[in-house]
Design a protein around this ligand. Structure first.
Ligand SMILES: Cc1cc2nc3c(=O)[nH]c(=O)nc-3n(C[C@H](O)[C@H](O)[C@H](O)COP(=O)(O)O)c2cc1C
Length: 165
């Protein structure tokens, strides 16, 4: 029987939600039974064999609802295959340094349950969606653009799916 996979994401401006959807599509193509949901809409994870938790990063931290979700289901997660992914601007350049920084963001999740895989993905920055204050703070310091690399997302999904036990 095909594995039942839940992709539980937290997103503010939508780019992480789109990465979650892309992961879901790729897993469906591979024949898995997949649901993609915002962590805030999930009340029960008992149906699923695999839980993939994904979060945007803001101010050097995962979104708070991500940690809340993982803590809420901490006990159940111990008996499932779990993977994590983050979407952040740190990864807009894939270097050893940026990977080390991105790994730090994931740490609170690693303490809850050891994952079978971690995906570190570049995100999107659209100044027009920021408040005036953020725009002033970010201008010249934070690059604007959509840095999501869909090939790297798909290749992560392919390697991840081989680890589903
Ligand atoms: C207010 C704000 C703070 C951010 N802080 C960080 C950060 O500390 N580190 C980082 O790598 N990216 C940071 N980012 C970039 C986001 O992680 C990136 O834009 C991501 O794609 C947002 O995901 P979302 O569209 O799902 O909300 C920040 C973005 C915003 C708007």
């Amino acid at each position: 029987m095909s594995k039942k996979v839940l992709i539980a994401y937290a997103s503010r401006a939508g780019s992480t939600a789109e990465v979650a959807e892309k992961i879901g599509e790729a897993l469906k193509v591979l024949g898995f039974d997949v649901e993609v949901k915002n962590v805030k809409e999930i009340n029960d994870i008992s149906y699923y064999d695999v839980i993939i938790i994904g979060s945007a990063v803001r101010m050097f931290k995962l979104l708070p609802e991500t940690i809340k979700f993982a803590n809420r289901f901490r006990e159940e997660l111990q008996n499932k295959s779990v993977a994590y992914f983050i979407v952040c601007l740190t990864m807009h350049k894939d270097t050893e340094e940026s990977r080390a920084q991105a790994q730090k963001y994931i740490k609170p999740l690693l303490e809850i349950k050891e994952p079978i895989s971690v995906g570190l993905f570049a995100g999107k920055m659209d100044y027009s969606k920021l408040s005036f204050v953020w725009r002033i703070l970010f201008k010249g310091r934070v690059p604007e653009g959509d840095f999501r690399d869909w090939n790297s997302v798909i290749s992560w999904v392919n390697s991840l799916s081989e680890k589903f036990s």
